[in-house]
Design a protein around this ligand. Structure first.
Ligand code: PEP
Ligand code: MG
Length: 546
């Protein structure tokens, strides 16, 4: 039955076609629902085995973390290994099993109790370990239910399948192993899709639930048609290969043509020049950006530097990353967007209260203005980096002049602090805001007087204008049909910023939509900022515009 060919429809994130085996993660746990057992001996054996496996897994994670983010971050896994060996905790779990609980339930009860005892001690360091204890609980339960075995089942590369992936899970993925990503939910403008696109990984989102029993099956993912064929028939596989070969040939020829334009300015037929910039989330993307002709960085999504850490990055860490990016860009403009967390970008080590409607909650500039120390440390790091290149600073989620003024006051305060210590920085650093809310476009006449440039975040501008949740695949189709209100808001903002002598860019996914390039050029957009794989295509398209 399971070998029957199954066709799954979703939304393709790139046009690529890939084939490989499916690997499910975050799947529903099947065995941890069990709460009462009859054989104490069996449960004790299961526990023993599970702890051994969990330890093996923790050391594997330690090794990966060390390679990916360095020794300091990897220490957390050493602590996890120590906790797994903690005799008091082990005895607590065993005692629960002896009372007649399943190994899973015993682990849950014992770790909860252990966590409570630690918190009651009131010791700051030990309190900080509470989340590690919760992690350990999950590790043991995963090992008991066999969930941790997944990564060992498939050698080599695979198509990752998940109900959903958070942006932090996505940045930590081992990219060398992933052929493509498939998520049950999500939309083309959700952050996971954006990350996949910038990492050059084909993705299919909004597929709806796929049966976990298909884990390990061979499948064909067609990004152009938005399909996934699981256990394809011979005819389907042949057909797919033919299309793939033809596509690859066309793509190679087209790329050769686009590369010939790479070092020429992007100018429309009527003489309007558009700067072609790159959207990046990390320093690793710079070389790709430069080799694809980026004239600058239009959006450094600075939150990804926070998402890949286990604790708040220090000013020094931020500074050294921004400085290195500025230096590598060699005098080209680098626009650092200040921390935009909240909504789907949650950071566990920052106390972010659970919200009923997080997209309408404490995110972006609202959150930062309420966390002065954290915000100022980032602003100082950006200012310090501005001495090493052409750095600009931009704030997200603006709805009022008050927010911009509050930000500018903090910026001045940071400049004064740096000057007092004799630390060099660009005292005339360019300031921009994102136009991501209808409010910011509507009052763009006033906002334009406060800043040097606007950058339109069409992903959020679309979400808030059309009242279409950017994470919800059931309504994402509405965005395709309703560009007009968004384009009108961009036109309004463009007119106002130009009146004040400033400039406007677009850095949301709309900037990469070649069917809208002509219209964006007509509106007078001065810059288009897109993820690296789209740089060549957008430059080519601008030169074809009237
Ligand atoms: C946007 O909203 O269009 C944008 C570029 O910001 P993000 O996608 O990171 O929310
Ligand atoms: Mg946004």
């Amino acid at each position: 039955m399971i070998n029957k060919s199954t066709l799954v429809q979703g939304i393709g994130i790139t046009n690529k076609r890939v084939s490989g085996r499916l690997r499910f993660i975050n799947k529903e746990k099947s065995t941890d629902k069990k709460s009462t057992i009859y054989n104490v001996g069996t449960e004790l054996l299961r526990l023993d085995e599970a702890i051994k496996r969990a330890k093996g897994k923790v050391w594997e994670l330690e090794k990966r973390a060390r390679e990916l983010v360095g020794g300091n971050e990897a220490q957390i896994f050493e602590i996890h290994a120590m906790l797994l060996e903690d005799e008091d905790l082990n005895e607590l779990i065993i005692a629960e099993i002896k009372k007649g609980k399943s190994a899973e339930e015993a682990t849950r009860l014992a770790t909860k109790h252990y966590e409570r005892v630690i918190l009651e001690l009131g010791d700051e360091y030990l309190s900080g370990r509470a989340s590690d204890i919760r992690d350990i609980c999950t590790q043991i339960i995963d090992a008991l239910s066999g969930n941790e075995k997944d990564s060992e089942q498939i050698d080599g590369q695979y198509i990752l399948v998940a109900e959903d992936l958070t942006p932090s899970q996505t940045v930590l993925l081992d990219k060398s192993k992933i052929l493509a990503i498939v998520t049950f939910g999500g939309t083309p403008s959700s952050h996971t899709a954006i990350l996949a696109r910038s990492m050059g990984i084909p993705a299919l989102v909004g597929t709806g639930k796929i049966d976990y029993l298909l884990n390990g099956s061979y499948a064909l993912l067609d990004g152009a048609e938005g399909t996934l064929i699981i256990n394809p028939s011979e005819t389907q596989a042949e057909d797919f290969e033919k299309k793939r070969a033809k596509e690859n040939k066309i793509a190679t020829e087209h790329e050769r043509y686009l590369r010939s334009l790479m070092n020429k300015p992007a100018v429309t037929g009527s003489g309007h020049k558009i700067m072609i910039y790159a959207n990046i989330g990390s320093e690793n993307e710079i070389s790709g950006a430069l080799s694809n002709g980026a004239e600058g960085i239009g959006l450094l999504r600075s939150e990804f530097l926070y998402l890949e850490k286990n604790s708040l990055p220090s000013e020094e860490e931020l500074f050294s990353t921004y400085r290195d990016i500025a230096i590598k860009m060699g005098g080209r403009r680098v626009i650092v967007r200040t921390l935009d967390i909240g909504a789907d970008k949650q950071i566990p080590y920052i106390d972010m209260k659970k919200e009923e409607n997080p997209a309408l909650g404490l995110r972006g500039i609202r959150l930062c203005l309420g966390s002065r120390d954290m915000f100022k440390s980032q602003i100082r790091a950006i200012l310090r980096a501005s001495h090493y290149g052409r750095v600009a600073i931009m704030i997200p989620m603006v709805i009022s002049v008050r927010e911009v003024i509050a930000f500018k006051e903090l910026l001045e305060e940071c400049k004064r602090e740096l000057s007092k210590k004799g630390i060099p920085h660009d005292s005339k650093i360019e300031i921009g805001i994102m136009i991501e809310t209808p409010a910011s476009a509507i009052i763009s006449d006033k906002l334009a007087k406060e800043v040097d440039f606007f950058s339109v975040g069409t992903n959020d501008l679309t979400q808030y204008t059309l009242a279409v949740d950017r994470q919800n695949s059931s309504v994402s189709g509405l965005c395709e049909e309703n560009h007009e209100p968004i384009l009108r808001l961009i036109e309004m903002a463009s007119r106002e910023i130009h009146k004040q002598g400033g400039w406007i860019g677009v850095c949301g996914e709309m900037a990469a939509d070649l069917s809208l390039t002509e219209e964006l050029a007509r509106i007078g957009v001065d810059e288009l900022s897109v993820s690296v794989p789209y740089l060549l295509g957008v430059r080519g398209k601008v030169s074809e515009c009237k």
